[in-house]
Design a protein around this ligand. Structure first.
Ligand code: HEC
Ligand code: HEC
Length: 301
């Protein structure tokens, strides 16, 4: 009996040792990637100064999802806190206390927004640059013009903390947007953006904002990294319910969050209040693009 107990003790001890080693390994690998430095050749982007462009930049903060993480007033916020993810904090983008606006140069903005890399060359955590890499010079320039003139907001935010489960998920699945800088080809020639017009091509350019939740193929499914009580993202391809909707139905959902069967979508899950500030033409272009997609079964992302 004593011998059996001793063996159980040894096996248990070895298991605990292995777990400790595995955890240390996960931290070592992820910290090395978090502390890697990138040498980015930053493109020059002209910054407009006219009021129309600045107002357009302000609207882009909403329709491109920036306010979703950085807060309605861009003063920064804790946008996700959960045992799986840890605490994710988006920076104060204004020139107020603890904001970056007072010292960021145009090159710093371009490096952060298109490449996901900070002024110190380190990758920004969870800043979805892979979705913003494609932004045209005109759009990025308008955004920067607005950011440089945004009303200052003071903030006092805790630092981000990346929990163990999301580090493991990041390493195992390769799908967690912990370090989007890794998903950007920093040396590739700039893609040519489509002209703003009611075309599927321009709709695709706009719908990049939707893939973080609805999946790269827009076929929906569980959203990686969000708390477990979130609903899955619906399938936006003709394989989903949208195949029975009209263009008007789609625009109504985007503007009011109310679906054709009368369900109210919570703005917390799908930020329609911000996304719904797209113009009719922009929403029509997205609708054209969604209709042009192959019908996919829900959830293959
Ligand atoms: C999914 C959430 C999310 C969205 C959407 C998002 N950001 Fe961020 N952003 C972050 C986080 C988190 C950081 C801080 C990264 C860090 O601390 O390493 C950040 C950092 C930044 C920085 C660098 C600030 C610094 O700490 O040096 C800039 C500039 C920025 N974001 C601009 C934008 C703009 C403009 C948009 C919209 C086009 C946007 N972000 C959309 C999460 C987000
Ligand atoms: C932050 C995550 C997120 C982003 C970004 C997002 N969505 Fe959603 N969307 C959701 C979730 C979650 C739901 C389901 C909400 C529910 O069931 O209450 C949803 C629902 C929808 C619906 C209703 C579909 C149905 O079958 O009822 C449409 C349409 C939609 N989204 C379109 C879009 C478009 C277009 C974009 C980009 C412009 C977008 N979404 C961006 C998370 C997101």
């Amino acid at each position: 009996m004593k011998r059996v107990l001793r063996w159980i003790g040894i096996v248990f001890g070895v298991l605990v040792g292995l777990v400790v080693l595995a955890v240390a390994g996960v931290y070592a690998v992820t910290e090395a990637r978090i502390n890697r430095t990138y040498d980015i050749r930053v493109e020059e982007v002209p910054i407009p100064t006219d009021a129309d462009a600045i107002a357009y930049g302000e609207r882009l903060m909403k329709t491109r999802g920036c306010v979703d993480c950085h807060g309605q007033n861009l003063g920064g916020r804790v946008f996700l806190e959960s045992p799986t993810a840890g605490r994710l904090v988006a920076t104060n983008l204004t020139a107020g206390r603890n904001g970056i606006g007072s010292y960021y140069t145009v090159a710093d903005y371009v490096r952060a927004i298109r490449h996901g890399v900070g002024p110190d060359g380190k990758p920004l955590l969870f800043m979805p640059a892979h979705e913003y890499y494609f932004l045209s010079d005109a759009d990025l320039g308008a955004m920067i013009a607005y950011l440089k003139s945004a009303p200052p907001v003071d903030s006092d935010l805790p630092p981000s903390q990346v929990a163990l489960p999301i580090r493991i998920l990041y390493l195992l699945t390769g799908q967690v947007a912990l370090l989007p800088a890794e998903w950007v080809d920093h040396d590739a020639p700039r893609p040519t953006p489509p002209a703003p017009s009611v075309t599927a091509a321009y709709g695709q350019y706009l719908a990049v904002t939707c893939i973080g939740c609805h999946g790269p193929g827009l076929s929906g499914g569980p959203i990686p990294g969000v708390p477990a009580d979130w609903p899955p993202a619906p399938n936006l391809t003709p394989g989903g319910r949208l195949s029975q909707w009209s263009e008007d139905d789609f625009i109504r959902v985007m503007r009011t969050g109310v679906t054709p069967d009368g369900k109210q979508i919570a703005n917390r899950y799908m930020p329609w209040q911000a996304l719904g500030q797209m113009t009719d033409d922009e929403l029509k272009a997205i609708w054209l693009y969604l209709r042009s997609l192959p019908a996919k079964p829900t959830g293959n992302r």
